[in-house]
Design a protein around this ligand. Structure first.
Ligand SMILES: C[S@@+](CC[C@H](N)C(=O)[O-])C[C@H]1O[C@@H](n2cnc3c(N)ncnc32)[C@H](O)[C@@H]1O
Length: 256
């Protein structure tokens, strides 16, 4: 039976790969890569990672055209599920046509596939009765862990919960109830600007784990402007930036 390995690769440095990930990379016949375009930096990093971590270069890369998500669609959930279905069709076809009956395909997931990564969702819709395959997941270092390590903090405080959410949700719904520690990912718009900064500390990181990593931490009201500036500079320099941050409420919010 065909096997598909979903391999978490951390932030694109060989040093972020676990021993298990290195073994998995070395067992793959065909890497399936959804390309976003020739200038897709992350696709290039994935390729370089394979070149450096794989001992005998008997593997192939198969580039798949990544269907575009309809970013203008009013219904976000619907647009994402249409996009997942379109990607599943592309990936399913590649598993059927590019792999032998006992072949092994690899899909590299940025960070860890458990956090805001569509690979497992896409694979769940890609299987067909005529072409079943087994899925193996190899965990990787997430940007969330990179953030905590870079700032030398724990994300959870004694006995307290942690919420992981998106910038879009923070901006739309404000601070999530029942939690004083919030990790925010997928934020293209500095959504921390929309919350009351009183009593809140922010730990921010961009390009985490890479040589050009940027870190800022401090009282949200004091450092918010600095983060906005540094993020804009980083984006201008490379054309893209990925950032993650922890918002930690250290004093209860004022009640009206
Ligand atoms: C599609 S999600 C993938 C997350 C990934 N699975 C993980 O475990 O980190 C992309 C988001 O992850 C975060 N991210 C990924 N790489 C990052 C990096 N090197 N530095 C900071 N944040 C990063 C950003 O919030 C980005 O918007």
């Amino acid at each position: 039976v065909r096997t598909v390995k979903v391999i978490g690769v951390g932030m694109g440095e060989v040093g972020h790969l676990t021993g298990q990930a290195v073994e998995a990379l070395n067992s793959v016949d065909v890497f399936l890569v959804l390309e976003k375009g020739a200038d897709d930096d992350l696709a290039r990093l994935r390729r370089e990672l394979c070149q450096r971590a794989i001992r005998s270069p008997t593997y192939r890369f198969v580039e798949l055209d990544d269907p575009r998500r309809d970013r203008a669609a009013g219904d976000y959930d619907r647009a994402v599920s249409d996009w997942t279905a379109a990607r599943a069709a592309v990936v399913g076809r590649a598993i059927r046509t590019e792999l032998g009956d006992d072949g092994c395909a690899g899909l590299l997931a940025w960070g860890d596939p458990a956090f805001y990564d569509s690979t497992l969702r896409v694979l769940a819709s890609a299987a067909t009765p005529e072409c079943p395959f087994e899925i193996e997941v190899i965990p990787g270092l997430s940007s969330i862990q990179m953030l905590a390590a870079a700032h030398r903090i724990s994300l959870t405080r004694v006995g307290l919960p942690l919420q992981v959410t998106t910038g879009r949700r923070l901006a739309a719904e404000g601070w999530p109830p029942g939690c004083d520690d919030v990790v925010v990912m997928l934020d293209g718009d500095n959504s921390f600007r929309h919350i009351d900064p009183a009593g809140v500390t922010i730990y921010w990181g961009a390009h985490l784990g890479r040589p050009h990593q940027l870190l800022v931490s401090g009282d949200l009201g004091t450092v918010a402007g600095q983060i906005v500036e540094r993020r804009a500079e980083a984006k201008a320099r490379r054309g893209w930036v990925m950032d993650t941050y922890l918002l930690r409420r250290t004093a209860p919010p004022e009640r009206p």
